[in-house]
Design a protein around this ligand. Structure first.
Ligand code: PGA
Length: 254
């Protein structure tokens, strides 16, 4: 079975509202009529509302880059899944390696965030991936297994029916070093086996696993040719509308 591809852009801490609107104006015509795949953009929190209005009627869905696990309360500086749902966000990126490493997010925090995202019927994109040190020590697969098992342990296949997983080797993020399609496929196939063990074969067959880490127009086709790679989570190359549109439109005749 071929899963519907998802190409997601993560802008990280980039772009003002005016820059967001200019981007969307340029991007929308470039992806108009693209119906055989899902497209998502995750601007910073401050631009989500404006982006939502500007994307209305287009096939591009809106994502957030993070959220807190509580509904509301004394959590200065945080944003809840409830607030994201309120302004029309569809996807939330959870456990990005920058959150895990720079902001010390643990597997337990990530699990609570996924629960919050699911309570509001949003789609979690759970990011997992090994550091260079872990890869060199031969621990890649055990790190991925731990991150999946700990991050998803309290849920059922039914709870997670829309789950998206993103495999992002930390050493490939923003470094220009992409995992080869073979390295990525090995990790993706392994993750699918773990998900089959946890939630059954049917679940594993339908869950989308994205690759992230220096994805560009030049390497998307080779990655997407692999059977277990269902899309991409794109950082740096999603910041320019024409470059991101070339990634989104991979494999289409233009
Ligand atoms: P990159 O980032 O495409 O700039 O490597 C990917 C990500 O962090 O999701």
């Amino acid at each position: 079975m071929k899963r519907r591809p998802l190409i997601a852009g993560n802008w990280k801490m980039h772009k003002t509202v005016a820059e967001t609107l200019a981007y969307i104006e340029a991007f929308k015509p470039l992806v108009a009529g693209v119906e055989d795949r899902d497209i998502m953009l995750a601007p910073p929190f401050t631009a989500l509302d404006a982006a939502q209005r500007a994307l209305e009627g287009s096939p591009v869905a809106l994502g957030a880059q993070n959220c807190h696990w509580e509904e509301e309360g004394a959590f200065t500086g945080e944003i809840s899944a409830r607030m994201l749902s309120d302004i029309g966000v569809s996807y939330v990126i959870i456990g990005h390696s920058e959150r895990r490493h720079l902001f010390r997010e643990t597997d337990e925090m990530i699990r609570k965030k996924i629960a919050a995202v699911l309570r509001h019927d949003l789609i979690p994109i759970l990011c997992i991936g090994e550091t260079l040190e872990e890869r060199e020590a031969g621990k890649t697969l055990s790190v991925l297994e731990r991150q999946l098992k700990e991050g998803l342990k309290d849920f059922s296949a039914r709870d997670l029916k829309n789950l998206v997983v993103a495999y992002e080797p930390v050493w490939a993020i923003g470094t220009g070093k992409t995992a080869t399609p073979e390295q990525a496929e090995e990790a993706h196939a392994f993750c699918r086996r773990i998900l089959a063990e946890m939630f059954g074969a049917d679940f594993a067959e339908t869950v989308r696993i994205l690759y992230g880490g220096s994805v560009k127009p030049e390497n998307i086709v080779g990655l997407m040719a692999r059977p277990d790679i269902d899309g991409a989570l794109v950082g740096g190359a999603s910041l320019k509308p024409d470059v991101f549109a070339r990634i989104v439109c991979f494999g289409r005749m233009k």
